[in-house]
Ligand binder design. Structure first.
Ligand SMILES: [Zn+2]
Length: 310
């Protein structure tokens, strides 16, 4: 739902490869898997989403065995030393691990739902938390991507462990948070007139609407995303946010925003501009580029726009 935008992403990706390139145990490989992995390890780990399909074709055309690839890249096979993702995600791994990547990515709100925080905290008394890493392309079906940087999506446990389930994601059918921008495809709205909600009634539904000038593929990807993460159901648990925004829109208008900026002008300047006032009043950021900064930010931004607040 919120695109992960970082200027240093490619650098992080290369760094990830450098830090983890020795995590792959090739003992179970036959000659053809061993040769392919040795020649292509960097390409596999740093593959951009658009290049996944070529690697899938390689696996098929060269007849590389899934059970072997699983041992090497996922590492969750009994009786086999756990390398690959298992080593990377183990808390006990002292060298570069999932906490280190999460810290570097610094994604603080789940990009799949924009509902939950995904902070990384490493405390000295060993109580830590980090986002989970969802394998966008399922690691059971395509184990070769078990440790591919762009296949590891930092996300909340509800999206990753509870809701996504067995849904099969592909680059051409689902929103990939590193390359697609859901915010440019769908808007939140409700199925009633917003100002009819002044009685604080809950008899409305939060819905998603298509934005203008989107392609058929974008619409399909976004619809699949909404379905896979049960976003309509989850967001309808947040109707109180919408009702509060309606109240704000009744109490404030552009003049009152200007007044607040002017009142605190000069040395005590609290607000830079009206956007600052709105951010404080709405408790959220009001620009598209900032929706990944707080949970529910897209909902608040879209509904505020509908209400003429921003
Ligand atoms: Zn989530």
């Amino acid at each position: 739902m919120n695109q992960i935008k970082k200027q240093s992403l490619n650098k992080l990706c290369i760094n990830f490869y450098e830090q983890t390139k020795d995590y792959f145990i090739l003992d179970a490989c036959n000659q053809k898997e061993r040769k392919y992995i040795q020649n292509n390890l960097k390409r596999i780990i740093t593959a951009k989403p658009k290049d996944f399909s070529r690697i899938i074709e390689d696996v098929k055309s060269k007849g590389l065995r899934h059970d072997v690839l699983r041992k090497v890249f996922v590492g969750d096979v009994k009786g086999y030393p756990g390398g690959g993702y298992k080593k990377f995600s183990a808390k006990g791994t002292k060298s570069f691990n999932a906490y280190d990547l999460a810290e570097k990515l610094d994604v603080n709100v789940c990009p799949y739902c924009n509902i939950s925080y995904t902070y990384t905290v490493k405390s000295s008394n060993n109580k830590s938390t980090r986002p989970q890493f969802d394998h966008f392309i399922c690691k059971k079906k395509k184990p070769i991507f078990g440790m591919s940087f762009y296949n590891l999506i930092p996300s909340c446990s509800i999206c990753n462990a509870s809701i996504k389930g067995q849904d099969i994601f592909e680059i051409k059918t689902h929103i990939h948070p590193y390359i697609d921008n859901f915010d440019e495809i769908k808007n939140f709205n409700i199925d009633k007139t917003l100002l009819s909600l002044v009685n604080k009634k809950n008899d409305f539904n939060i819905i998603f609407e298509d934005r203008e000038n989107i392609t058929v593929e974008q619409r399909e990807k976004a619809n699949n995303h909404i379905k896979s993460f049960a976003l309509e159901a989850l967001y309808n648990g947040h109707k109180d946010e919408v009702l509060e925004l309606v109240e704000v829109s009744r109490a404030y208008n552009e003049d009152s925003f200007d007044n607040l900026v002017n009142t605190f002008k000069g040395s005590t300047q609290i607000f830079k501009d009206t956007n600052d006032v709105k951010r404080l009043l709405l408790g959220h950021h009001v620009e598209s580029k900032d929706i990944n900064k707080r949970p529910l930010n897209k909902l608040v931004k879209d509904i505020s726009k509908e209400l003429g607040l921003i």
